[in-house]
Write a protein that binds this ligand. Sequence first.
Ligand code: SF4
Ligand code: SF4
Length: 396
Amino acid sequence: MSDFEAVNNGAKIGHAPKPLWLLAEVTYRCPLHCAFCYNPTDYVTHTQNELTTEQWIKALREARKLGALQLGISGGEPLLRDDIEEIVAEAGRLGYYTNLITSGVGLTEKRIAEFKRGGLDHIQLSMHDITKEINNFITDTNTFELKKKVAAMIKEHDYPMVLNVVIHRYNIEHIGEILDMAEQIGADYVELANTQYYGWSLLNRAQLMPTKEQLLKAEAVTNKFRERVGNKMKVFFVVPDYYADRPKKCMNGWGEVFMIVTANGDVLPCHSARVLPGLTFPNVKDADLDWVWNESPAFMKYRGDDWMKEPCRTCPDKEKDLGGCRCQAFLLSGDAESADPVCSLSPNHHLIEKAIEDAKNPQLAAQPIVFRNDKNSRKLVDGESDELVADFHALP
Ligand code: SF4
Ligand code: SF4
């Protein structure tokens, strides 16, 4: 705790957080249609009102003044915008460490050279599987060959090779081969990110969730690979919280280090926060980020621990996880202030146990996947797919 105390409706917050991480979700448009996408299921309502280049530049300047150091440029597919070069160059001038998070679609020699000149530090490329069949199925596209070409281009331009692989039932048995492929293409970092269930992946949860046995095997294979390659490649294995006993410290705490500006300019403390009831999120078009971060009711709402109920309020572990994820608590239990159901001490933990059982039910697991695309998003917005969302209190 430091020398600063803010006041939230009379409740003290013991320190002055800074938004060290700024994530710019510059567009929700995307040529891929991933079954596990964490983007909001109503993204189609945010594709016609994207911020302009000038509005993005203003947001970058305001966030930098607040202390932001790391900038992630993501989407959707950020490369669908033709001003990413300008945004990167401005980020470079402002002194950000900038990471482009991309599927690779739209990355060309000309663009990557321009990014290099503009000071882009890092490119994170998503990969899906070692087989063409699974890559193309899970993304509902034909992008398998393109991924390898883009990986080679990134390497040629002397960027660290950073791969992100979302893990689910369709590729978890291939983890060893995926890691071998990463080694062959000279990866420096690989993130094996087990699916977290938000957005489209929540809709497809029973179809995507691996079994605990598959997970343990995948972790063992990863550890063996790590032993073999040593420091040559860093491998992160992000454990899925449904199989954990305690929840994650979501976003390292609400409004603690992380700020997201979405395609239409809404400012959020986490990807899914718009699902939470009773909160209005400010927009960069009409609010200064200093006010948003330091004073807006939405960013103050779950800072600190005054909002907590039992069992979190008196729990000896509350500093470790801050009660887990507010969005997951609301999506599954309907109560945003309750303990994350992932926690085995939560009165709603049975909801996680049921989800794990559902994923073992062959009938539920064989349901058709709802791919992330405009048509399905529109149907969800128009209430034509209500049977898909009946189990949840909202959808991100
Ligand atoms: S997860 Fe797939 S569909 Fe979603 S934004 Fe990324 S590439 Fe696009
Ligand atoms: S009861 Fe709450 S604070 Fe304690 S471990 Fe569970 S989620 Fe965390």
